[in-house]
Design a protein around this ligand. Structure first.
Ligand code: PHE
Ligand code: NA
Length: 459
């Protein structure tokens, strides 16, 4: 039979109040925290990046997180259909529907490279288990990473495995089961990160790491660094592209929007900070380069696991947990697009998921070749001044804040006072602060960073 999503039907609303929170944390915590935050902070001088990142999380990210959940819960539809519904019921311009479309494009682009990077974690799970990195020095760990990057077939294989697994989960509709798994996975990941952090304190240089991350010289941040810091704050919260809206569509009516948004942001920031501190302590302890780039996590953490007693097993478990966290994020990238295809074209769930994932898989090959054949000197590189992967990341850094900007404006100016208070049910003063943030502060902040940095981004 055909599964049509019935908006408002009770069995689609999560049974437990906390399930939305769990799913949102599952979407938020992922490679963005462990892989992307440390590598971008490392490339952008540490403290200044962290400052802009943290400011945008709290002044822009949280209000938009509330706004996006609100749009989802209010429309009870997939993002594209939901925005269509909301523009109709509010008799406003159909231009707002671009929120849904832009989100679908973002999801598709992000999934394409997210899956390739997650593939690296598959490789490292195996490397840890093999014991080949026991007592390896920084050079040997780096060499093992270079071997991986040099092989397009291997990268493509892992990419296929990861994206295939994500597709299977969403296609079969078993992601509700995954949510239960998250109850164990998330705390386990945090515990292992704390162990790694403790070990990094012992063998690494935590003073240098703290100095690097917590010395704020805003002037050090390049203009593109501003865009990357803001983009990362949206990326890490899964914000501005429909994932949160799609999950919000299932959120129970009486769960608190504000409490949930703060919890997601705090948990997500904590994971990123612990990962960052551990990685930079190892980087400075081993005399590595913090600006190593996308490989940063993969050339530092194996160093610690290689020295740790029981590190073989612990390292393998760590990379498995990373994969679990990445899977739960990938699911939230596939879900909104698949839900749209089901609602709009009456496809079956497996058909919808296949369509999205096959296209995203193919786009992912651009990232596969970005670390070898097209790394430099390629026609692509000559044309855009960066690798295809870097172009996709740049697009992400623009699309997600742009989507968030539109979401903020819609929730701030189009939703009626009655609708918003019905959703928020908080004190009048926080409501007023929130509305100020989504009406003026968040849009102005995004516009400010765009106007400053985008003209500087040249091919
Ligand atoms: N927030 C996820 C992470 O930090 C990535 C993501 C972005 C997931 C957008 C869904 C949507 O890894
Ligand atoms: Na994140």
């Amino acid at each position: 039979g055909r599964e049509r999503r019935e908006p408002m039907s009770t069995n689609n609303v999560w049974t437990h109040k906390g399930t939305f929170l769990l799913a949102a944390v599952g979407s938020a915590v992922g490679l963005g925290n462990l892989w992307r935050f440390p590598y971008l902070a490392g490339e952008n001088g540490g403290g200044a990046f962290l400052l802009v990142y943290a400011l945008t999380i709290f002044a822009v990210g949280i209000p938009i997180l509330i706004a996006e959940t609100m749009l989802g819960r209010n429309s009870r539809r997939s993002p594209i259909m939901g925005m269509r519904f909301l523009t109709r019921t509010h008799h406003t311009s159909r231009a707002w529907e671009s929120i849904g479309w832009l989100g679908a494009v973002s999801a598709f682009v992000i999934l394409s490279f997210y899956s390739v990077i997650a593939g690296w974690a598959i490789h490292y799970t195996g490397l840890m288990l093999s014991g080949r990195l026991i007592d390896a020095d920084a050079e040997r760990v780096a060499a093992s990473f270079d071997v991986l990057l040099a092989s397009p077939p291997l990268l493509a294989l892992y990419h296929s495995l990861f994206i295939g697994a994500s597709a299977l989960i969403v296609g079969l509709g078993v992601h509700r089961g995954i949510e239960n798994g998250l109850r164990i996975l998330m705390p386990a990941l945090f515990v292992i990160l704390m162990v790694v952090l403790a070990y990094a304190v012992m063998i690494g240089d935590m003073a240098a790491a703290a100095d690097f991350l917590f010395t704020f010289h805003l002037a050090d941040l390049s203009l593109e660094g501003w865009l990357e810091a803001m983009g990362q704050s949206f990326f890490t919260l899964s914000l501005g592209m429909g994932a949160i809206m799609a999950y919000g569509a299932y959120m129970s009516g009486d769960a608190s929007l504000t409490g949930t948004a703060f919890t997601v942001a705090i948990v997500d920031t904590a994971v990123a900070l612990v990962a960052g501190l551990a990685i930079f302590a190892l980087v400075f302890g081993a005399g590595l380069d913090p600006a190593e780039g996308p490989g940063l996590m993969f050339v530092t953490l194996p160093l610690a696991f290689g020295e740790m007693p029981g590190g073989t097993l612990l390292g393998a478990v760590f990379f498995l947990l990373v994969l679990g966290a990445a899977l739960s994020s990938a699911i939230s990238l596939i879900e909104p697009v698949a839900a749209y295809l089901v609602e709009r074209f009456d496809l079956s769930r497996p058909q919808a998921v296949s369509a999205m994932v096959v296209a995203s898989w193919a786009l992912g090959l651009l990232t596969v070749f970005s670390f070898n054949a097209w790394a430099s000197d390629s026609p692509f590189h000559e044309l855009f001044g960066r690798s295809p992967f870097a172009v996709l990341e740049l697009l992400t850094n623009i699309f997600m804040p742009l989507g968030g900007l539109l979401i903020a404006l819609f929730a701030g100016w189009v939703l009626t006072h009655g609708e918003v208070t019905k959703e928020m049910r908080t004190g009048a003063s926080w409501f007023r602060v929130w509305r100020l943030l989504v009406r003026f502060v968040a849009p102005a902040a995004v516009a400010f960073v765009f106007l400053r940095s985008i003209p500087q981004v040249q091919g």
